[in-house]
Design a protein around this ligand. Structure first.
Ligand code: ATP
Ligand code: MG
Length: 555
């Protein structure tokens, strides 16, 4: 797939830069802020950054953009590293913007010394109002023309904790009439007397994103700094700091962020869902986080293929979540082990199968694999569990499942012919009766009978119980973030269906977290890594076998 496509615009830029000798080797970075778990949008950024470096023989750093101590935490750092590795990428160097605090401070001092930065006593509000509007120039702060000496001594005092939060900031002295609002004397440092998850209480002043990001890129000799479109307007400032400091000229390039239908993709919103317990943590299988998708049963390859398929654009758009589901189906069809599970069981009694008799049949593991991926044992006997919905008392003409008089093949077993059923006092069918045709055994069928339908089943005697969780979209509308009011009011109340006692075939007792299964006719499933414990098995449905949903919604 990837070999045939034409170059994307980032690859074109890299190839041109390499051809022009602008860089000998390309160097990218993935720069998450450790204030939440990574989501599928980050996966796109990861695939782009690591993908570019891989393709052109360069390197990629992992850099934690940890300049805001308020929201950051080591739990997030650990999860981010685990997620990047799980996606299949390995970084060259691991860095933290906080490791550069000394260097960034020195850069700030050097700008003060050049007369390019000043300490301002105005409040954040005053600064904002005096900045003007895009059509109206801003007004100078009365503190703008402090002497270099005064600025140096005030900035040192800021660093030493002489002032309270909000009392003073350090600003760059650029241009209050610039049409780009980011160039109107942006704030470089603010006071925050808060513990930092890495630097502890060493610092009480913290650099703003703009004063940290480009310089961090430069310190690491990043040649191509790739970010999302909202940073396009920051680019002149990014370049200004680098030029004034005379440091390695990293370059920023912007692409459109990934948006997916029926979900939200900002860490702030995802955090709300977690904190308000509307989901079972960051890794809830309905979350668009990498950890949620992993717990749901998505594979690293399916996510990488998805990122490759959506490509990279310069314009915002929203991708149909159906494409993500297509990618995981495509992968799992090739790898998942086929198993039989009955979600809504009723008994099937084979009246001509002797009570004392039983046998072990063989079920193929995966017909897509060589030699069917081997075979597993399938115990068979007189009483089986089948899906309640596979029987109808009075069936329409084209009903190929069980109904009185119908013949059906039991997958990997025999053809049976339905002879009757039992009902309880309320009229509910409690058991279906049939007779089996001994010479119709799968693989050695000499019966000459052609059964149109095939059904899954499980030996009632050997069946085990498991909980099965079926998921639906987390939101009922395509783009909850663009709707009026609270995005949470658009959540789908039926996004989780729990089946307490599904019947599973005994081979599934050995299921391991991370193993993928196709429950025949029911979808792709994986063992839940969090809820399966102490002999209890919980399976998550990764995705249905077909895209039933999009058809459903168009009805
Ligand atoms: P969010 O808005 O979800 O909190 P963010 O941009 O604040 O995301 P960061 O941790 O700062 O998150 O992002 C790390 C990198 O991932 C950045 O380069 C950012 O541009 C990129 N990124 C974040 N969200 C997306 C997305 N939806 N699609 C593509 N790239 C993204
Ligand atoms: Mg951010």
């Amino acid at each position: 797939m990837s070999e045939e496509r034409s170059l994307n615009f980032l690859e074109e830029i890299v190839e041109a830069d390499l051809a022009a000798g602008k860089h000998v080797e390309i160097h990218t970075r993935f720069p998450p802020e450790p204030n939440g778990y990574l989501h599928i949008g980050h996966a796109k950024s990861i695939c782009l950054n690591f993908g570019l470096a891989d393709k052109y023989g360069g390197k990629t750093n992992l850099r934690f953009d940890d300049t805001n101590p308020v929201t950051e935490d080591t739990e997030y750092v650990d999860s981010i590293k685990a997620d990047v590795r799980w996606l299949g990428f390995d970084w060259e160097e691991e860095h933290y913007a906080s490791d550069y605090f000394d260097q960034l401070y020195a850069y700030a001092v050097s700008l003060i010394n050049k007369g390019l930065a000043y300490v301002d006593d105005l409040s954040a509000e005053e600064i904002a109002t005096m900045k003007g509007t895009p059509t109206e120039p801003g007004k100078e702060s009365p503190f703008r023309n402090r002497s270099i000496e005064e600025n140096l001594s005030l900035f040192t005092a800021m660093k030493n904790g002489a002032f309270n939060d909000g009392e003073k900031v350090l600003r760059a002295k650029i241009d209050l009439a610039s049409p780009n609002m980011h160039m109107r004397d942006p704030i470089m440092y603010r006071i925050k007397k808060i513990h930092h998850h890495r630097t502890g209480d060493t610092w009480c002043i913290y650099p703003m994103y703009d004063f940290a990001h480009g310089q961090s890129d430069s310190i690491e000799n990043i040649s191509h700094s790739i970010c999302t479109l909202e940073f396009e307007v920051h680019k002149p400032l990014y370049n200004w700091y680098i030029a004034q400091l005379g440091i390695f000229p990293s370059n920023q390039f912007e692409f459109a962020r990934l948006n997916l239908t029926y979900t939200v993709m900002s860490k702030r919103k995802l955090l709300q869902l977690v904190q308000e317990k509307l989901v079972d943590g960051w890794d809830d299988p309905r979350m668009p986080t990498i950890s949620g998708l992993r717990r749901r049963g998505y594979t690293p390859l399916s996510l990488r293929n998805f990122c490759e398929r959506i490509g990279v654009q310069r314009r915002e758009n929203i991708i149909d979540v159906g494409l993500l589901e297509f990618c995981v189906r495509e992968d799992l069809n090739k790898t998942a082990l086929r198993r039989m599970v009955v979600l809504d069981p009723i008994k099937l009694i084979i009246t001509n199968y002797p009570e004392e008799q039983s046998e072990i049949l063989k079920g193929e593991n995966n017909p897509e694999l060589e030699d069917n991926g081997g075979y597993r044992d399938l115990p068979f006997g007189r009483e089986l569990w089948i899906e309640a919905e596979d029987f109808m008392e009075e069936a329409p003409k084209k009903w190929f499942r069980l109904a009185p008089g119908n013949k059906v093949r039991l997958k990997s077993a025999y053809i049976v012919s339905c002879t009757g059923f039992e009902k309880d006092a309320s009229g509910k069918v409690t058991a279906v009766h049939c007779e089996y045709i001994p010479e119709s055994k799968s693989g050695q069928d000499t019966s000459g009978i052609n059964a149109k339908g095939t059904m899954h089943w499980i030996s009632a005697e050997k069946a085990e119980n498991a909980e099965v969780r079926l998921y639906d979209r987390l939101f009922q509308v395509e783009d909850p973030s663009s709707e009026e009011g609270d995005f949470k009011s658009y959540m789908n109340p039926n996004s989780l269906e729990i089946i307490q006692e599904a019947k599973i075939e005994p081979s599934l007792l050995e299921a391991q977290p991370g193993e993928q299964f196709q429950f025949i006719r029911k979808g792709y499933f994986t063992l839940d890594s969090k809820l399966s414990a102490g002999g209890k098995l919980v399976f998550n449905r990764t995705v249905t076998l077909k895209d039933a949903w999009s058809k459903e919604s168009k009805k």
